[in-house]
Write a protein that binds this ligand. Structure first.
Ligand code: ADP
Length: 447
């Protein structure tokens, strides 16, 4: 097992990884930008190294700085968290080339799944169902129109290098194709320095269902059930729950087994997530994320399995500690992502936190680096806390969530807590009847 791990991230996920390490008797090294000297992840770690100025490209994305910090601190392994360098195959390679263990999958698998077209081709070979669409990148407006006529409008143009919903444009009819095609390419170019795009049939009212998987890299693999992440704004998840209120036992078993079989065939190593859209009883693979996800705690809540601990064990060369029959599901869990934003306009609201009182009690978990007196820097993602609530049934979980949101005090800044309070009051949400467009209708982004 490792003696010392460097955590190449910040905020709540850096804390999350630190906690797993501490419980395994592993020392931690935090890295931070000059804007994060007072951050909780720096305070809690055994050691910390400043790796650069506030902009992420100069610090949390600065590979040479992070590797120097790892060398100076003498660590055995590096955990990338999510975001930043977590899905950067060059980083995974550089980490290994410097003699450290990368706590994640192989660079080859990261690269494969980072290219959405290669990912879809691989998924097809692995026997996963796909959304109908272009077999490769679309290079001209003519191709968009031709394929649209073939698979039927509307279609969705997506970035091959996509992530975070950027470079995605819906095309309702041939007249909209020219503008959408050039906008999607421009957005993809700006976000990923790669303007390659592909086409998918646009599903009208799907749910986003994803399967958590773990593999040992040698052909063993299991699934840890699904998460329903259909509550999204601008293709970004806002609230997630497990299990999905939309699946029956047969559908659940089928998609879980398909995902686990794919992991075994791939000889995938570590934690990953296979994302699907689900509509009219059918699943359609959209992508695989080769990292820990923001919403992993709801899976932990319903399975009792510490996913970060498993990632570290697997990276250290251990066999999978769990077989599929060891993984049992209990009750229900919901996560709310709390952002430092105005809950109606979604304008970022960084600044000083005056009061901080997180909710507590049975079945309540708060993952956050906030504390009273902390100043949220304006340079990074606006998510500042995750509230995860679990209970024996969905109904009890909803009541507990209502109570926890009432208790949660984050003074001095604006947060999306009122948005979550609004969501959980809606009858359709209470009934579990929502799809990926539901939240945008609620907040007035869509009719
Ligand atoms: P990204 O990697 O940018 O997050 P994804 O492929 O994971 O992109 O898609 C993000 C979200 O966009 C999905 O959760 C879903 O809400 C929506 N989406 C993606 N593909 C489709 C599709 N073919 N039809 C309808 N909605 C889609």
């Amino acid at each position: 097992m490792f003696d010392k791990v460097l955590i190449a991230n910040r905020g709540e996920i850096a804390l999350r990884i630190h906690r797993a390490c501490r419980e395994m008797g592993i020392q931690t090294v935090a890295v931070h930008s000059t804007a994060d000297s007072d951050a909780m992840h720096v305070r809690l770690a055994d050691e910390s190294v400043c790796i650069g100025p506030p902009p992420a490209r100069d610090s949390y994305l600065n590979i040479p700085s992070i590797l120097s910090a790892a060398t100076i601190a003498g660590v055995d392994a590096i955990h990338p968290g999510y975001g930043f360098l977590s899905e950067n195959a060059r980083f995974a390679e550089a980490v290994e080339a410097h003699g450290f263990t990368f706590i994640g999958p192989t660079a080859e698998h990261i690269r494969m799944m980072g290219d959405k077209i290669v990912a879809k081709q691989t998924a097809q070979e692995l026997g996963l169902p796909l959304v109908p669409g272009s077999p490769g990148p679309v290079g001209s407006l003519g191709e968009v129109v031709e394929l649209g006529e073939k698979i039927g409008w509307p279609v969705l143009i997506k970035a091959v290098a996509g992530g975070g919903g950027r470079g995605m444009k819906v095309v309702n009819s041939p007249d909209e194709a020219a503008e959408a095609f050039s906008l999607a390419r421009a957005e993809a170019k700006a976000a990923f320095s790669n303007d390659s795009v592909y086409l998918e049939k646009y599903l009208g009212a799907p749910r986003h269902i994803e399967i958590q998987v773990l593999g040992d890299g040698r052909g063993e693999g299991v699934h840890l059930g699904e998460r329903d992440c259909s509550l999204q704004r601008r293709h970004q998840k806002v609230l997630e729950e497990a299990p999905s209120p939309a699946l029956n036992a047969e559908q659940r078993a089928k998609i879980g087994e398909l995902a686990a079989a794919a992991v075994r065939k791939l000889k995938y190593r570590g934690a990953g997530t296979m994302e699907f859209l689900f509509q009219d009883g059918e699943f359609y693979f959209i992508e695989m994320n080769t990292r820990l996800q923001v919403e992993h705690p709801i899976t932990e809540a319903v399975t009792g399995i510490d996913l970060v601990r498993e990632q570290i064990r697997i990276a250290a060369g251990g066999p999978l500690a769990l077989s599929q029959k060891d993984i049992q599901f209990h009750g229900h869990a919901i996560e709310c992502r709390v952002n430092a934003e105005n809950p109606e306009t979604f304008t970022p609201s960084p600044g000083k936190v005056i009061d901080y009182h997180p909710p507590g009690g049975l079945g309540v978990r708060v993952d956050s680096g906030l504390y009273a007196g902390y100043s949220i820097p304006p340079f990074y993602d606006s998510m500042v806390a995750k509230l995860i609530v679990s209970g024996p049934s969905r109904n009890e979980c909803l009541m507990r969530l209502r109570r926890s949101l009432e208790e949660f005090v984050i003074g001095g800044i604006e947060t999306t807590i009122p948005l979550h309070q609004k969501i959980i009051q809606q009858q359709e949400f209470i009934d579990g009847e929502y799809n990926i467009h539901w939240l945008e209708k609620l907040v007035g982004l869509k009719k």
